[in-house]
Write a protein that binds this ligand. Structure first.
Ligand code: GUN
Length: 286
């Protein structure tokens, strides 16, 4: 069994990205810029966002965190997004989710101009993704695909079962893997028996946020296991995933740990996406 070490891979990619960014900087060009918008003070988001800002600064991306109170007027948030859309020095805009309960997330995500949509959540970018065109791909799905590639795990012709169909992870990842010639099964909340769909899968990707829903009896020997879940165990207070790691690892060929698997890949992919948008903006303005 091999641990898919997202932390190590992300750290390698971080060095590569830092070198690429400094080449532009050495030529006298401006730094890439990422703006993160946070509304309210969701505790998990606070942790994720501070990490994103830290890594951005480490790779040479200029980052700005815009915080708004949960009572911000909706119009004010729209206007702010519009202002950022029109600022030539900004490459990526990220609206951290979840928004407070009375905000319709979709409305604000779609207000971000597609060329700065660093999360790949805009309908235009998602439509391109669906049809297999080059575009901005959502960070967690792309990070998972890059992690598999780094370990030479080919998805072509593989039977892959995804558990969880969120707009952020499951749905886009399913489409991206399909475009990479894999055969995909997508399980959702109403799936009658998840085990029926995992037991023969070559690769299982779980993104539900439900602790230990993937157990050893549900997987075939030598399956590849990707755990997108991140949950704080109420008893031990440690971070755990969807997968019962200690038992499942014994039967798998490759497995991601929690923490240190998918999480670091998401963050480095956000930086890579910001850089990709930056390159497009810089080349356009030449
Ligand atoms: N909240 C949890 N994951 C994500 C993500 O990938 N992007 C954004 N914008 N918010 C999130």
């Amino acid at each position: 069994m091999i641990i898919l070490d997202g932390k190590k891979v992300a750290s390698k990619r971080k060095k590569e990205l830092t070198a690429k960014i400094s080449k532009y900087h050495n030529k006298g060009l401006r730094k890439p810029k990422l703006v993160v918008i946070m509304v309210g003070n969701d505790h998990a988001s606070e942790v994720y966002v501070s990490h994103k800002i830290k890594v951005a600064n480490e790779v040479g991306i200029y980052s700005e965190l815009l915080r708004f109170d949960k009572d911000i007027k909706k119009e004010e948030l729209y206007n702010k997004i519009n202002e950022l859309n029109n600022d030539q020095n900004i490459d990526g805009i990220l609206l951290q989710l979840p928004l407070p309960i009375d905000f319709i997330e979709e409305d604000y995500l779609q207000a971000i101009t597609p060329s700065k949509d660093v999360d790949g959540f805009h309908y235009i970018n998602q439509g391109k993704m669906l049809q297999g065109y080059d575009t901005v791909y959502p960070c967690t799905p792309l990070g998972i695909i890059n992690l598999l590639e780094e370990y030479n795990i080919n998805v072509k012709n593989k039977d892959i079962t995804l558990i969880g169909t969120s707009n952020i992870v499951g749905k886009p990842l399913g489409m991206m893997l399909l475009n990479n010639q894999a055969t995909i099964t997508m399980c959702n909340k109403n799936t009658k028996n998840i085990k029926d769909h995992t037991i023969n899968a070559d690769i299982i990707i779980s993104a539900t946020g439900k602790q230990f829903i993937i157990t050893k009896d549900m997987i075939k020997k030598d399956a590849v296991i990707i755990d997108v879940g991140i949950i704080r165990d109420p008893v031990t207070n440690k971070l755990v995933g969807d997968v019962d790691f200690e038992s499942v690892k014994l039967k798998s060929s490759y497995i991601t740990p929690v923490p240190g698997g998918v999480g670091p890949m998401t963050v480095i992919t956000l930086m890579e996406n910001t850089f990709m948008l930056y390159e497009k903006h810089i080349n356009k303005s030449k």
